[in-house]
Design a protein around this ligand. Structure first.
Ligand code: 8X3
Length: 257
């Protein structure tokens, strides 16, 4: 049963990877889209394509989720235009650097904390009051297995994803008694721009992360997000951990034959 037809879905970081795949998957279900990213041309192109192909309404916006003022202004604008979302997919996130903690860059640390933690909570803090007042809505976080297991050289990225885990649980606790749902989809190894961003544009190093193994694709995560979003209202999936079959733990990945 498709419960997503006609729903309005806001996706952050929708210009590529998991965010883009979610946009495609929700549009295919007949959901209207609010697509935001810093790279606005990419979401405009994607939005035009999806509106044309699926006949859904698409609104796009240039949005840097690390800017709390911009997030508040964006959500205020949505309220004024009667475009508040039924579903918020907090996807914008990144890893920067893979270094021993004592050798890592403070700039990378701050970038990850600002996007993965502060950006996510700015969005949820702006949207959730509207969901609570309607007593309906669903926030879906894109977490990570990095929020379940710490791995070498990942301390700060891990800390941000553990924070997503805590925020997901905390929001759920605070929303008890309402019909507003909060879920986290927590992927393992997924082939996207993630590693290229982590390695500051070193695509050769990024490719090695996925070589000789069979990672998840962004579409696999989008499938999981659709499943979570499409469950009946009395069902709240709190965490959904998803890894490729070749991976069973952050530290256990099978390569080769
Ligand atoms: C992505 C999964 O294991 O590369 O968040 O950190 S991992």
């Amino acid at each position: 049963m498709n419960r997503l037809i006609g729903k309005r879905v806001l996706i952050t970081g929708a210009s590529a990877g998991i965010g883009e795949a979610c946009a495609r998957a929700f549009a295919a279900q007949g959901a209207h889209l609010l697509l935001s990213a810093r790279r606005v041309e990419r979401v405009q192109e994607l939005g035009a394509d999806l509106a044309d192909h699926y006949g859904v309404e698409v609104h796009t916006a240039a949005l840097d989720v690390t800017d709390s003022g911009a997030v508040t202004a964006y959500v205020d604008g949505l309220r004024t235009e009667d475009l508040l979302p039924d579903i918020l997919v907090n996807n914008a996130g990144k890893a920067k650097g893979l270094d021993k903690f004592h050798e890592g860059s403070l700039e990378d640390f701050e970038d990850m904390i600002d996007t993965n933690v502060k950006g996510l909570l700015y969005m949820s803090r702006a949207i959730l009051p509207h969901m609570v007042s309607k007593d309906a809505g669903h926030v879906i976080h894109i977490g990570s297995i990095a929020g379940r297991w710490v791995y070498p050289k990942g301390a700060v990225y891990n800390a941000t994803k553990f924070a997503v885990w805590a925020l997901n649980e905390g929001m759920n606790i605070d929303l008890a008694g309402t019909s507003v749902r909060v879920s986290s989809v927590d992927p393992g190894l997924t082939e996207t721009e993630f590693s290229e961003v982590r390695f500051h544009g070193d695509s050769e190093r990024a490719e090695k992360v996925y070589s000789d193994t069979k990672p998840l694709l962004a579409e696999d995560i989008a499938d999981a997000v659709i499943y979570v979003a499409n469950t009946p209202e009395h069902v709240d999936i709190i965490n959904l951990v998803i890894m490729p079959t070749v991976q069973r733990h952050a530290m256990v990945l099978h390569r080769g034959e």
